[in-house]
Design a binder for this molecule. Sequence first.
Ligand SMILES: NC(=O)c1ccc[n+]([C@@H]2O[C@H](COP(=O)([O-])OP(=O)(O)OC[C@H]3O[C@@H](n4cnc5c(N)ncnc54)[C@H](OP(=O)(O)O)[C@@H]3O)[C@@H](O)[C@H]2O)c1
Length: 337
Amino acid sequence: MITVGVYGATGYTGLESIKLLRRHPEVELKFATSETYAGQTLNQVYPIPWDIPLVSSADAPLDAVDAVFCCLPHAASMPTVLKARKAGVRVIDLSADFRLSDPTSYQQWYSAPHSAPHLLPEATYGLTELNRAAIKDTALLANPGCYPTSILLALYPLLAKNLLSPQSAIIADSKSGVSGAGRKPSLKTHFAEANENLSPYNIGQKHRHLAEIEQSLQTFDGPADKIIFSPHLVPVTRGMLSTIYVELAQDLSPAQAQALFEDTYATEALLRILPAGELASFAHTQNTNGCAISVTAVNPRQLILCSSIDNLGKGAAGQAVQNFNVMFGLEETTALL
Ligand SMILES: NC(=O)c1ccc[n+]([C@@H]2O[C@H](COP(=O)([O-])OP(=O)(O)OC[C@H]3O[C@@H](n4cnc5c(N)ncnc54)[C@H](OP(=O)(O)O)[C@@H]3O)[C@@H](O)[C@H]2O)c1
């Protein structure tokens, strides 16, 4: 058995990670942390049947685990990751703290200096389908953000074949369910503000996930300076859809575009290219750990890609467990299908 701890077990991604890890046949959960509810059990926080004890981070027995899932807010994650790495424990970090390889970029986007920059070179960006070889050997896995996951998985088939026009904008219009903002209440996520509403936020190149998307576009020699990213909040609990408008560097027929996506992901168990004419929606992936992508031609040079994930599934805990499986040499979809 592989022994595992979960930091931030009372948050949305922490709870989702525990739900997946509980049904994982190779995992033994050794601890779950909360600062607010330490001393209580998880079923005192959520109406669930499991009386998993909650301990404070300071009391978490790092010497009893092979790996930890860090489901903490950014900045709070860094010292915990540092402590775990010092103890020789492999880390899957769901926060943004180790996603950007350049600490200057982190400071610029997160308005605070990185407190463990020496760990950044050992961090591996965990977009599983695109980076398996590196993920396998890593001790520090930076699990991608939900928006970047939905956008980059849709763009990758075009990036891999250098088919994106280098001069044209890539416009990603994305929608997220409210759980994407975490459990802590705020005015923006207040029921009366969010319900029956659809609101853009952080548009105009202001959302922090832009840095992560640009970094990955650079990795694949794509037009990193051309992405325009507009996130929106929609009044559902979970789900994410990115509608992405791209211009191609050469003509593709609708059938060629469809075949390119199908061929690129032909062997991927968690990625689904929808049949021509079927459009990806929230319902395609809610409460799953997969991604569904539809490919629609506007003309031979323009495509509209719709990419659907569950923000807590493939956008967070599902991909974290997928990466854990790769890191420990297990069947990649264990506990995920
Ligand atoms: N929600 C999503 O869809 C999503 C998707 C991808 C990535 N992420 C990332 O995953 C991380 C967790 O997100 P979430 O949505 O699960 O957040 P959340 O629901 O707000 O939960 C945060 C958790 O962290 C704990 N916590 C808060 N401040 C802490 C501190 N200073 N020190 C130690 N523990 C602290 C909380 O525990 P107590 O209050 O019980 O102490 C809670 O368990 C974030 O970095 C987020 O950006 C979230």
